[in-house]
Design a protein around this ligand. Structure first.
Ligand code: AMP
Length: 218
């Protein structure tokens, strides 16, 4: 049972690691980006409102994000623990979260800026199962197709260069101040987010106190 926040810039690998840790532990992977994208796809009023902000790489207004997250945080699936991926992203959200739940660790994905552009622009995902690929470091076995279910891989509209630049600047201005906030609260754990996904998983596991296997499956 653990309450974790995954904090770091776009492209740092939060989604990939959250999925991996969730699979092993049964903790709920709560990605506000995924929840918002699902609302956009479903064409809900909230999704329609969020869509424009997301395409541009801007943060969606706090109350919209909270609206989709809060019920998930309180749902039975999160009772065994959760990995919050993409929330909070500013101080107001951090304070709201503190009013809803306690936290055990805030994992800060530390990574040089130049790697982020490369990771985001080469990222592809499977619309059917959600698996994330990187054309260079984690390519699919068959070009353009998901290894799991063969669906055609897609690129997120905000992973194109212009939106990535806006997202990086939103991160620097609005999200990076959370590092100090959580450091002062004694919750911040810095994770070296460079290297292969398996290497990062091994480091993350050791930080959160899960048994570290001698070798990760490839
Ligand atoms: P992500 O998948 O975490 O990179 O999020 C994709 C986009 O969803 C972001 O660029 C924002 O537009 C929006 N978003 C996700 N989480 C939040 C949040 N906590 N606050 C505001 N906007 C968010």
């Amino acid at each position: 049972m653990a309450h974790l926040v995954l904090l770091g810039p776009p492209g740092a690998g939060k989604g990939t690691q959250a999925a991996e840790l969730a699979k092993e532990t049964g903790w709920a992977h709560l990605s506000t980006g995924d929840l918002l994208r699902a609302a956009v796809r479903a064409g809900t009023p909230l999704g329609r409102e969020a869509d424009g902000y997301m395409r541009m790489g801007l943060l969606v207004p706090d109350e919209l994000v909270l609206g989709i997250l809060e019920e998930r945080l309180r749902a039975p699936e999160a009772s065994k623990g959760f990995l919050l991926d993409g929330y909070p992203r500013n101080l107001a959200q951090a304070e709201t979260l503190a009013g809803i739940t306690s936290l055990d660790h805030v994992l800060y994905f530390e990574i040089p800026n130049e790697l982020l552009i490369e990771r985001t622009t080469n990222r592809r995902h499977c619309p059917r199962c959600g698996r994330i690929y990187n054309l260079i470091t984690r390519p699919p076995r068959q070009p353009g197709r998901c290894d799991v279910d063969g669906a055609e891989l897609l690129q997120r509209s905000d992973d194109r260069a212009e939106a990535v630049a806006t997202r990086l600047s939103a991160y620097g201005q609005q999200t990076a101040p959370l590092l100090d906030y959580y450091r002062r609260a004694g919750l911040l754990r810095t994770l070296d987010a460079t290297g292969t996904p398996a290497e990062v998983t091994r480091r993350a596991r050791s930080i959160v106190g899960l048994p570290v296997r001698a070798r990760e499956p490839l």
